[in-house]
Design a protein around this ligand. Structure first.
Ligand code: GUN
Length: 286
């Protein structure tokens, strides 16, 4: 039993990235630029975007937060993205999700040039990942992969991904497949989820159901990555953040598990920054 300290691992990787960015600046005279587009006033999105900007500044990436009113039209947003696509100084474009319901999210994501799609969400990048020839990999799955690799050899391991979202579950299943794990993708309609959990060496939990996974669901010495971030009211009537796994309940049985917070979250931000540098280099054939 062990807690996987994502915060510490991300801090170490961010230091390494800072050095890489410094060398890039000295050698090529380039500081990569990340544009984050934030539409409306979703409180969670505001916090995520603020954290992304703080970390970008810390490692030495230029970051621009483009704040737009929730009433912005799809056409206006498409024009804004097109201008960033054409701007040679912009290396990565991220449109924070969710978008207001009058905007077609897929259309917006696919309007981002695949070479600047720092989230790796557009259909070209997801297609390339699914074919096993990724260009840029979505940040949360990539962060989970890095954490897993500190604990287990993926080749031949059995992995259960719970949740089929385009942001986490689906790309995670492709990424693990590319790394030679044997992957099952479960979701809200899956039957006998508990039995499936018990059969797998690795569980990636992204169901969005607070503390769903209990001790009697998991295999002895399993590795668990908890992507869930759920705010609940605890026994003392206090608001707390919990994952999709009942952490204290499973802890004694598993080999390793990520805490919430301090597990996957900091790794997602690290991977976003790493992707920004990667795109900056690839676009210039460096
Ligand atoms: N909203 C929640 N997670 C993400 C993410 O990884 N990228 C973007 N763009 N929006 C999100």
């Amino acid at each position: 039993m062990k807690s996987i300290n994502g915060k510490k691992i991300a801090a170490y990787l961010n230091e390494e990235l800072k050095d890489k960015l410094k060398s890039f600046r000295i050698k090529e005279n380039i500081t990569p630029t990340l544009v984050v587009v934030l539409v409306g006033e979703n409180p969670a999105s505001n916090i995520y975007v603020k954290n992304k900007k703080i970390k970008a500044d810390e490692v030495g990436i230029n970051s621009v937060v483009k704040k737009l009113d929730s009433g912005v039209t799809e056409k206006q947003l498409l024009e804004i993205i097109d201008n960033y696509n054409k701007d040679n100084n912009v290396d990565g474009i991220l449109v924070q999700l969710p978008l207001p319901s009058h905007i077609n999210t897929e259309k917006i994501i696919d309007a981002i040039s695949y070479e600047k799609d720092v989230d790796g969400f557009n259909s070209k990048n997801i297609g390339l990942l699914a074919q096993g020839r990724p260009y840029v990999v979505p940040c949360t799955p990539l962060g989970c992969l890095k954490l897993l690799k500190t604990e287990i050899e993926l080749m031949g391991a059995s992995a259960l991904v719970i949740g089929r979202s385009n942001i986490v579950g689906r790309p995670m299943s492709y990424l693990l497949t590319n790394h030679h794990a044997t992957v099952t993708l479960a979701h809200s309609k899956t039957q006998n989820l508990k039995q499936l959990c018990k059969r797998n060496d690795i569980i990636i939990a992204a169901s969005g159901i607070p503390k769903m996974i209990k001790k009697d669901w998991v295999k002895d010495k399993a590795i668990i990555i908890d992507v869930g971030i759920n705010q609940i009211v605890d026994e003392d009537n206090k608001k707390v953040l919990v994952g999709d796994v009942d952490y204290s309940n499973v802890f004694s049985k598993v080999k390793a598990i990520t805490p919430v917070p301090g597990g996957v979250g900091p790794m997602t931000i690290h991977c976003l920054l790493e992707n920004t540098l990667k795109l900056s280099m690839l676009r210039r054939n460096l």
